[in-house]
Design a protein around this ligand. Sequence first.
Ligand SMILES: Cc1cc2nc3c(=O)[nH]c(=O)nc-3n(C[C@H](O)[C@H](O)[C@H](O)COP(=O)(O)OP(=O)(O)OC[C@H]3O[C@@H](n4cnc5c(N)ncnc54)[C@H](O)[C@@H]3O)c2cc1C
Length: 704
Amino acid sequence: MSHYIVLVKQVPDVTQITDNAFDPETGNLMRGKLASVINELDAQALAFAHHMRDLEPGEKGKIIVLSMGPPMADEVLRYCLSRGSDLAVLLTDRALGGADTWATANPLAHAIRKIVRDLLGGTNDYFIISGMQSVDGDTAQVPAQVAEELSIPCVAYATKAQLTNHHPEFTRIISGGSQTVTPRSIPAVITVAKYEFPLFATVSGARRANNTQLINWGADDVKPNAFGVNGSKTRVIRVFPPDKTSRKCIHIKDVRQFAQTLIECSKNSDGKESRSHQDKPRYVLPHKRASKLDRSFEGMQKEVEAFAELTQQLESLGISDPAGVGEQVKEKILAHSDAKTSKRALEEMLAGMQNFTPTYQGEVWVVAEHKDGKVNNATYELIGKARELADSLETKAGVALAGKNIQPLCDSLFAAGADNIYTIDHALLEEFDPAAYRKVIAETIARYWPQIVLYAATPQGRSLAPMISYRLGCGLTADCTSLDIRDSSRKGEIAVLMQTRPALGGNVMATICTKDSKSQMATARPGVMKRLPPDVSRQGQIIPQEVKLSESDLSFNIIRTEQAHGQVKFDEAEIIISGGRGLQSKENYQRLLSQLCTAVSTHLNKQVERGASRAAVEQGFVERVHQVGQTGTAVGPNIYLAMGISGAIQHMIGVASSRSIFAINNDPHAPIFKQCDYYLVGNVEDIIPQLVEFFGDNRERTPK
Ligand SMILES: Cc1cc2nc3c(=O)[nH]c(=O)nc-3n(C[C@H](O)[C@H](O)[C@H](O)COP(=O)(O)OP(=O)(O)OC[C@H]3O[C@@H](n4cnc5c(N)ncnc54)[C@H](O)[C@@H]3O)c2cc1C
């Protein structure tokens, strides 16, 4: 009889964010303006736990819900009680506030230990079920870090549970497919990526929810060893509204005009460079700058300006070395600064100007991802970024490469920009197992302590990175869209990694820095960083690593893996036409999309490839190899045409590099319309035949 501890979180209702939810002065989101709801994936996790409990024959175990948050988070616990949970624990304490994922996972894991001890009689027969991520944090780190603190397996991205010969089996999303696994030991953490069988409150449940006393614990009750702001390994530098989309978002009402715009855009295929890769001035280490006083690489514009002003004042006073600034000069500077600068700030800036020593030492590493002898594109992209960062920092770009028989992959990694490859070759690393990979990669990192470690924000990277970072006591920022080296001279930090990422479902951006860590760690979304053109003449060093691994280091047995197979030439296609769930059926997808691809390809004399959303693949419209997106392929054609696709973030990050995005959807409020260049509102079943007719009728060929 297994018990279930379900982690639930109260989050702001991000679907209700409007422009007036932002402070007009600071641009910060005013969370108080938003209603609070249960995190949707946690609600799904609760349903998943009920499903697991129902699978078991005989006596049923308990479902205990646990939430960490302010006192008002009791609402989500009552939500769960009204849907059949047996007990609810609220971990609430001011001291726990302001925590990052590291300092959230630690108290949660300690609370789980207490639940097991005090409420479950010390049993080992339990699962911790959690939503894969929350909409406010979006990091997917906490559950994996809870597993790491408790030293138990973590099955991430689960979508299905079943019992086979009394053994629980979980189907989970992996890059390019799905996999069914069974944990080798229990307890285990299961994170739920999708489980759309909602639980409904019952009248008796609602009554019980009102009458049940919640169990309230504070920090002293669970005794975490890292919590709150002080226990966090990352620090938010600033929060700001995202740039307005650079997409045009033009509504076209007429099918002919839509087709003609597509033809026009197809002619502009030169410079097919990603829009997201605009070059910024590259960081220069302080000792390499022309002037000793140059502090133009601060993390915040405000500080760049403050330092520029101070430099100007020092220069006008004939001072070229800030070390010699005495009290009299300070007074003069303060007198000229319109009371904007305090004496303390001035002294911090003067101290910062004398600091030339980078805060971190070591190489810039990428943890490589590969499958069936092929390196994941995202790894090459990250090596491109690592190369750039390493050049700025005057260090080497390294790659940690774990697997079985991995030597043949090294050439392409060198060609992509790596200097050193740390190979960890072992028979037990043939398939990706998070616990085994975490062990060997963490050991290798701890041997060399690179100053930066980058992972791809794929399902694999997003489960591995939190475990490694937690094990090594390092901060981790998830899903970065920009990584820059900058100084925070006033705080005494030189050449640190500024990690910028979207949060709250992309409604805000946050720049984050690592603190109290030996390495700065980040994951970055596929398709966001720029792969360098391969240079096959590049050479580097392979540095093999000794590892000790045994079967007991594996966290689960793989029952089966379903991976996409087949030939889809996304790289060569100038135009990709993708179909989503809106195409309604396999028959529609196959017939309508094929007709349109043929008509467009014939008319424009360009290579056209068929793509699909994950939902279309899951509906069986087309094979998985056609899937575009975070767990499919990231594409960057000249023209991307989305038919009946809503525009979920996991789909859109896979098409971000496309030059022009066209969309057709029958919902005038479809999110994709805010992320594309041209759109048409209408039913794809009506519009595709009209487009086919248009391209068929206008047969004069557009020159290539
Ligand atoms: C870990 C994880 C990884 C994921 N990876 C990916 C990924 O790689 N790629 C991916 O695509 N998704 C991925 N997803 C899933 C993603 O969140 C969305 O669920 C998915 O993209 C939705 O696909 P869709 O737009 O086709 O379906 P829906 O969201 O159901 O949208 C269908 C759209 O069709 C429109 N429509 C309906 N009928 C018609 C009609 N007759 N004519 C015109 N329009 C119509 C509707 O208005 C709607 O906007 C991932 C999810 C998770 C949790």
